[in-house]
Design a protein around this ligand. Structure first.
Ligand code: C2E
Ligand code: CA
Ligand code: CA
Length: 772
């Protein structure tokens, strides 16, 4: 148990509290016991003093009575009178013996000893206790302590009267250890008789104490109060002061209390022990659920929401555990929701790009390890923007949902993934399919989309283009696969083929395009791009007033690269922006140069779909016009029909702004897109360019001729100039002239040329026109 843990602290507080309480109780009870013992001892001393005095008094009375009996004995008196010393001595001895007196003495009235039971040595000497005699004379009787031959005695004296006093008889008990012990047994105290010497020291005369402890009596003030309760009683004495010391051994007095104290101490210790165990148990019961909750929170922290915590208690801990469970549930739910949002396409409920990439990455790993193929399809709806813009976003959304539904039902295996990558772009992961299986599925998907789709009563016609790649055939890297699927889809779209497989051979240029990517970046910076110009000839006047600028890439190792090979790629990678800027700059500059030389040419610049959506396009052009001081009517912009139809509303907005600048607009590759007349009418267009495929097929296909003819009529009806591109022969030129086409552009007239060569061509053209 760590010391700073909650558990240890709770236990410690409990134990300390318990200790404090126990200690206080112990101290109080102990002091009560001790003071009680002292009081008891003192009371015993007081009682003992009374008993002692009573014993002393009764001893005195016993002596006095015996002495009185002697004094009253007639024979004895006669023996004294006749100086019959023998009789006197034996009478004294007899009477003394009767009460076990230790000493019997007879003194004459002058105070001289006549007889002494202790021996004849003292006869003739003065009686040693004259004060005693005087006290008896005064009071009738008296008792005193006196020393004879260094031994203490309790003495009494009685006069012998015949009838007048003729002598004194004195009797005494010796005060010795026996007497002290007797006293001690009566009082149940230690009794010591002590006298004070001339030098102030006390000596023990007799004592019930063992010899070793007697020495301590020399100075009673030294007697330790800790060991004894004492009382000093001064006795009446002749000569040195004599006292009796009553002692109560506190050890003995306390003995019964000591047992009580020991018991108390044991109880206290047991209490402390119990409280330690109890507090540890309590602390554990408090901290154990906390530890469990801590463990649980860690698990939640690690994202493990599998099992809820077991709620065992119905107290606050139980509530907390419940709250944790709710929290876990809430977190899991929110996480699930977040994951859903992060990995789901909200509109269609399909997996989104992030999830698709995750699954693809995983599937690639599995496929490589298991050595089986996997296929990826990229799908893009045709004409989705058109639907979106003509019928509105809500219909567009419903269309996407319907497409998602159909795709899902076309892919019935759980292992397959259909995802919406964004916009009208979908992707399919077939984790175990080779190219043939993928083709079958692509066909199924296309078929599913061919079924008429009716949304809110409107029939919506969408097609799709699908690009297919297989791993490891087309690469084993996720990004490479996705890019190649995209390229294949692009190929399918261009070819209007439904689906296309990524093919290195046919897609040679795509592969090249991939490797060209970094080189393309440098093309602009390293001045590898040039502009060629192809004239448009006026079929009625034969004059050349318009040229189209066409970009060329003069690659340092590959030579000239056709824009068809890098413009689509530049569009995909977004690099088209820099190229377009460069082209616009160069073309407008060239236009300005020609005008300065007196060559009045209007220059057409091609703008790709991607830029049309960019609202900065008009600003770019107006800035360049100002920079090169070129009048806006000298600049034309060609936009392909399909670029406009990708996002017509946006396109119209940008075209309006360009037109407002005074720039002329031309619809390129007309006939290949799906433009509706209603759009065409809304657009500020000046020119239609019939796509070269129709012009070139004019003599071989009746349809193509019809298209050329009706386009010319349509253009004229709308007040537009009509240009035919791809004019490769004189016959074509004449036919177009017949059809009242306004302008012609094609190899038959001139290939696209660099400016200097174009100038030379113009010169030549003019001369031949003049001669004609
Ligand atoms: P486009 O705008 O339709 O340009 C006409 C293309 O037809 C040019 O190919 C031109 O060389 C070619 N052409 C002209 N007369 C004939 C002919 O009699 N017979 C045949 N078979 N072809 C003829 P080019 O220069 O290779 O350009 C291809 C496409 O590249 C262009 O088609 C245009 O869409 C794009 N492009 C060219 N330059 C630019 C540019 O500066 N910016 C953008 N965004 N795209 C450009
Ligand atoms: Ca063009
Ligand atoms: Ca064209």
């Amino acid at each position: 148990m760590r010391l700073h843990s909650l558990r240890a602290r709770i236990a410690l507080v409990f134990v300390l509290l318990m200790l404090a309480v126990q200690a206080a109780a112990f101290v109080v009870i102990n002091s009560v016991i001790t003071s009680n013992a002292h009081r008891n001892a003192n009371e015993q001393l007081a009682v003992a003093e009374r008993v002692f005095k009573q014993v002393l008094r009764s001893n005195g009375e016993k002596l006095t009575q015996a002495a009185s009996v002697v004094a009253a004995d007639f024979g004895f008196r006669q023996a004294i009178a006749s100086h019959d010393e023998k009789t006197v001595a034996s009478a004294l001895r007899n009477h003394g013996d009767r009460i076990h007196a230790d000493i019997v003495m007879l003194a004459d009235l002058d105070g001289k000893l006549i007889a002494d039971s202790s021996g004849p040595a003292h006869e003739g000497m003065p009686f040693p206790f004259p004060k005693l005699l005087r006290a008896v004379e005064r009071n009738g009787d008296a008792s005193a302590i006196g020393m004879i031959d260094g031994r203490p005695y309790q003495l009494v004296a009685v006069p012998i009267k015949a009838p007048l006093p003729i002598a004194w008889v004195a009797m005494g008990f010796v005060i010795d250890d026996d007497m002290a012990r007797e006293m001690s047994s009566l009082t149940s105290l230690d009794v010591s008789f002590i006298d004070q010497r001339a030098d102030g020291h006390w000596t023990a005369l007799a004592s019930s104490l063992p010899a070793a402890e007697r020495r301590a009596l020399q100075d009673p003030s030294n007697l330790s109060e800790e060991n004894y309760a004492t009382r000093l009683v001064l006795l009446k004495s002749e000569g040195e002061p004599v006292a009796v010391m009553l002692q109560r051994s506190l050890a003995e007095a306390l003995a019964p209390f000591r047992r009580l104290q020991t018991t108390l101490l044991l109880i206290t210790l047991a209490g402390v022990l119990v409280s330690i165990v109890g507090s540890m148990f309590t602390a554990r019961s408090v901290t154990r659920p906390i530890a469990a909750l801590t463990q649980f929170s860690r698990r939640i922290g690690q994202g493990n929401y599998a099992e809820p915590i077991d709620v065992k208690h119905h107290d606050e801990m139980g509530e907390l555990a419940n709250a944790f469970n709710q929290m876990q549930h809430g977190i899991a739910e929110r996480e699930r929701r977040i994951t859903e949002l992060a990995y789901m396409d909200r509109l269609t409920g399909l997996p989104n790009r992030a999830l698709f990439n995750d699954r693809l990455q995983q599937a690639i790993g599995v496929a490589l390890r298991a050595e089986h193929p996997l296929s990826v399809m990229m799908m893009d709806l045709d004409r989705f923007k058109y639907v979106n813009d003509t019928l509105g976003h809500p219909i567009g959304d419903l269309l996407l949902c319907e497409v998602a539904k159909r795709l899902r039902s076309a892919l019935q295996r759980d292992t397959d993934t259909v995802a919406r990558l964004g916009g009208d772009e979908f992707a399919v992961l077939l984790p175990t399919d080779d190219i043939d299986a993928a083709k079958l599925i692509a066909n199924r998907m296309l078929k599913a989309l061919e079924e008429p789709i009716t949304i809110e009563g409107q029939l919506v016609d969408v097609g799709a283009s699908i690009g297919i790649v297989t791993c490891p055939l087309n690469g084993a890297d996720m990004n490479v696969l996705l890019r190649r699927a995209d390229i294949a889809m692009y190929v399918a779209k261009r070819a209007n083929a439904g689906y296309a497989l990524y093919d290195e051979r046919h897609d040679q240029n795509s592969a090249e395009r991939l490797s060209l990517m970094s080189e393309l970046r440098q093309a602009v910076e390293h001045d590898q791009l040039t502009l060629y110009y192809q004239p448009k000839v006026d079929l009625s006047t034969h004059k050349v007033k318009y040229v189209e600028a066409l970009v060329r890439w003069d690659h340092p190792t590959r030579g000239f690269i056709s824009p068809d090979q890098f413009i689509p790629f530049a569009e995909q990678t977004g690099y088209i922006k820099s190229i377009s800027r460069w082209v616009a700059d160069k073309a407008i500059q060239q236009c300005s140069l020609w005008h300065a030389q007196g060559i009045e040419l209007a220059v057409s610049v091609n703008v790709s779909a991607r830029e049309l959506i960019q609202s900065s396009l008009p600003d770019t052009f107006s800035a360049l016009l100002r920079k090169y001081r070129v009048a806006p009517e000298w600049i034309w912009i060609e936009i392909t029909e399909s670029a406009i139809m990708d996002d017509p509303n946006h396109a119209i907005e940008t075209l309006d702004r360009l037109h407002a600048l005074g720039i002329r607009l031309s619809i390129d590759d007309f006939g290949t897109g799906y433009s509706s007349l209603s759009y065409l009418k809304r657009m500020p267009v000046d020119e239609l360019k019939i796509d070269k495929s129709f012009v070139m097929g004019m003599f071989d296909h009746k349809d193509d001729e019809t298209i050329v003819r009706s386009t010319i009529d349509l253009g004229h009806n709308m007040g537009l100039k009509v240009v035919a591109e791809g004019v490769e022969s004189e016959a074509m030129l004449l036919r177009l002239k017949d059809l009242r086409c306004d302008l012609a552009q094609g190899f038959h007239l001139s290939r696209p040329l660099p400016p200097a060569k174009l100038e030379a061509w113009l010169q030549e053209w003019q001369e031949s026109a003049e001669t004609a």
